[in-house]
Design a protein around this ligand. Structure first.
Ligand SMILES: NC(=O)c1ccc[n+]([C@@H]2O[C@H](COP(=O)([O-])OP(=O)(O)OC[C@H]3O[C@@H](n4cnc5c(N)ncnc54)[C@H](OP(=O)(O)O)[C@@H]3O)[C@@H](O)[C@H]2O)c1
Length: 351
């Protein structure tokens, strides 16, 4: 049985469970199970709909009665569901704790994934960036990098590296202009623009550190630095970038490189609400699965060799694609490219 188990039903978990359940047959998955921690009447509709779409509810044994009182019919308990699964996708902010408590001792699963915040969980991965760094039988724990790290990584790979892998980047600077909280979240709103500390002397914030580590898995030691601030908006992240190369580059070449990468979208829109709204109408349940949306009108070249511009980060889209790709890589690597093609309509050339 190819069972995929998702832990967490929040901003990342909820769409991922739906995506896996809706396309189970296309992905070659026999069953999708999901763990919900807290029994909540406010989330009863969400759980019921995921179950209606074919996903199977899993809860902690000591919460089973409360879930049943809400009208749910959980089928498995936490440890049992992990042992039944071939792949476990942790979508909680406590993936590292779960690894220590449950995953390391589990015998059946081929692999475990955790999301952006879970630094140290396993080898970093982003679809299209370091696929050939993954080693079957060795990489049982993978860390799907955060949305802004996906964005930084795809910009560097597309604009500063040649197809043969030659790196031209001498200095990459990034300012992550983050939305405060997700539209699905009640807490964590920022009342006004709020700047973040540069905790890391070499990399600034974790975004550049993670992108550096991601590229390190394929043999690069990149000079990257990021800063971050939160805006009082719920729409989506934007990213300012400045890439200094060891050679000159023209805007024509930049445009050619952007259009050649199928995981990059371009846009002539200028606002996050306009880009977000495109996702609402054309995306997968509102999500743009491209790894970045580059605002082409903002691109400029300084001194012949420094490319500057803005782009938008599809924050809950790009980790979904990489999580699915990693899951399919564990289950049937030879079929990954064909099976993931079902999501092609949500990778846009232009937004
Ligand atoms: N939000 C984004 O746009 C985004 C983008 C990229 C990556 N990520 C990453 O995805 C992961 C999850 O983020 P999220 O935004 O999806 O979080 P979220 O919306 O707050 O959802 C967290 C989920 O984890 C569950 N959970 C289990 N144990 C938990 C615990 N001890 N504390 C808190 N929650 C617990 C919660 O279950 P109950 O509600 O049932 O308690 C909830 O379903 C993080 O690693 C984050 O960095 C998020």
């Amino acid at each position: 049985m190819k069972v995929v188990h998702v832990v967490g039903t929040g901003t990342i978990g909820e769409p991922l469970i739906g995506l896996l359940a809706d396309h189970k047959a296309d992905f070659g998955i026999d069953e999708v199970t999901f763990h919900k921690r807290t029994p909540l009447v406010t989330e009863r509709g969400k759980v019921n709909d995921l179950v209606r779409r074919g996903a199977v509810l899993v809860v902690d044994e000591d919460k089973r009665t409360t879930f049943e009182e809400l009208g749910h019919a959980p089928k498995f308990e936490t440890r049992e569901a992990i042992e039944r699964a071939k792949v476990v996708i942790d979508c909680t902010p406590v993936g590292n704790e779960n690894k220590a408590e449950y995953y390391e001792s589990a015998l059946n699963p081929l692999g475990f994934l955790a999301q952006g915040s879970e630094y140290g969980f396993g080898k970093m991965y982003a679809r299209g960036i370091n696929d050939h760094a993954l080693v079957h039988g060795e990489d049982r724990f993978l860390h799907i990098v955060s949305c802004n790290t996906h964005n930084i990584a795809v910009l560097v790979k597309t604009l500063a590296m040649d197809d043969d892998g030659t790196n031209h980047l001498t200095d990459g600077r990034f300012i992550c202009i983050r939305r405060s909280n997700d539209i699905s979240q009640d807490s964590g709103f920022a009342p006004s623009p709020t700047v973040e500390k540069h905790k890391d002397g070499r990399f600034g914030t974790h975004h550049a550190r993670d992108a550096h580590e991601l590229f390190e898995t394929i043999g690069y030691d990149l000079n990257l630095f990021s800063s971050a601030l939160k805006l009082n908006s719920q729409y989506m992240h934007a990213l300012h970038f400045s890439l200094t190369l060891d050679r000159d580059i023209t805007l024509d070449e930049v445009r050619d490189r952007l259009t050649a990468n199928k995981r990059v979208a371009i846009t002539y829109k200028k606002s996050t609400n306009a880009v977000f709204s495109f996702g609402r109408d054309h995306g997968y349940f509102g999500r743009i699965l491209s790894q970045t949306v580059v605002a082409v009108d903002t691109l400029t070249v300084r001194n012949g060799n420094t490319l500057v511009g803005f782009c938008f980060t599809p924050q809950d889209g790009n980790p979904l694609l990489s999580s699915l790709a990693a899951t399919l890589w564990y289950l049937s690597p030879d079929e990954l490219d064909e099976r993931i093609n079902i999501l092609r309509p949500y990778l846009f050339a232009e937004v």
